[in-house]
Design a protein around this ligand. Structure first.
Ligand code: ARG
Length: 275
């Protein structure tokens, strides 16, 4: 009996939260909400009925990149697995990295999956699911570079030009540690690959970026290497709206189940081969 009351209470809470998420307070008419159900008694709404709309920036192999005209990679497959569990069709929208949190806040996307690091600043804008992967900020240099460690980059009087992808954590860290500390200059690019091209042509002295894309870019470009020392270790998670707790619950639960049953590790192992 107690159990029944508890579960009734729980579903009443979920329902009233779903109703909250659905309030068209600042609705410009474009974000028509629709209901969905996991079939487990929980219901939620998505931006487009029957679809899970994912915002990403497909310039970040092996997490998301374009191959044969399609967006593929770890995040695309994780999102497909989540959508499958929720009975939704996956719709992937490719945009600038900077636009991802905006599109979630503005009700244009349900989920942001983009090798996105959980940071306190971002947590003010969006809610993050459980983490599904670890990322490490590393430094790419040319093979003959005088920069041999993260310390070289942050040394007094180092005065290096650092390339980063705009608004990524690589940008945030070096903006503080290098530029803010008067130890060098940060040059920001729309794509990590553009920063890597700038490194090849000598416009920057190094690139600070996540380890897996770093490895992918170095493999594609001769004369570059990834330094051994790590700049920062981070958690990747999916970003979601703070105004749709029912969908958040459904996605977060689905993701936790996919982690527990090994599906996520299987997807990661498909793209990242052990050294
Ligand atoms: N992990 C870094 C961050 O969250 C970089 C992510 C870049 N992702 C992308 N799809 N371009 O800031």
């Amino acid at each position: 009996m107690k159990k029944l009351i508890m579960s009734l209470l729980a579903s009443a809470m979920v329902l009233s939260m779903a109703a909250c998420g659905n309030t068209p307070a600042s609705n410009d008419g474009s974000q028509e909400s629709a209901s969905g159900s996991t079939g487990e008694g929980s219901s939620f709404t998505t931006v487009v009925e029957g679809k899970l709309t994912m915002a990403t920036n497909a310039t970040f192999p092996p997490y998301e990149y374009v191959e044969g005209g399609n967006i593929t990679g770890i995040d695309a497959e994780i999102a497909a697995a989540i959508a499958g569990k929720l009975g939704l069709e996956l719709q992937i929208d490719d945009m600038q990295f900077t636009a991802i949190t905006e599109s979630i806040k503005n009700g244009k996307a349900d989920i942001g999956l983009a090798g996105m690091t959980v940071t306190p600043d971002r947590q003010e804008e969006v809610d993050f699911t459980v983490s599904y992967a670890t990322g490490i900020q590393v430094v790419i240099v040319t093979e003959d570079s005088s920069i041999t460690s993260v310390d070289d980059l942050l040394a007094e009087g180092a005065n290096h030009k650092v390339g980063v992808q705009l608004n990524t954590t690589g940008d945030m860290f070096t903006t503080d540690d290098v530029e803010g500390a008067g130890k060098g200059e940060v040059i920001r690019y729309d794509k990590g690959a553009d920063a890597v091209q700038a490194l090849k042509t000598g416009k920057v002295d190094c690139v600070v970026i996540d380890n897996e894309p770093a490895k992918a870019f170095v493999a594609e470009n001769e004369g570059l290497k990834v330094l051994e020392t790590e700049y920062a270790v981070e958690d990747y998670a999916a970003a979601m709206s703070k105004d749709n707790p029912a969908l958040y619950e459904a996605v977060n639960t689905a993701l936790q189940e996919l982690i527990a049953d090994g599906t996520i590790q299987g997807i990661i192992d498909k793209y990242i081969k052990a050294e």
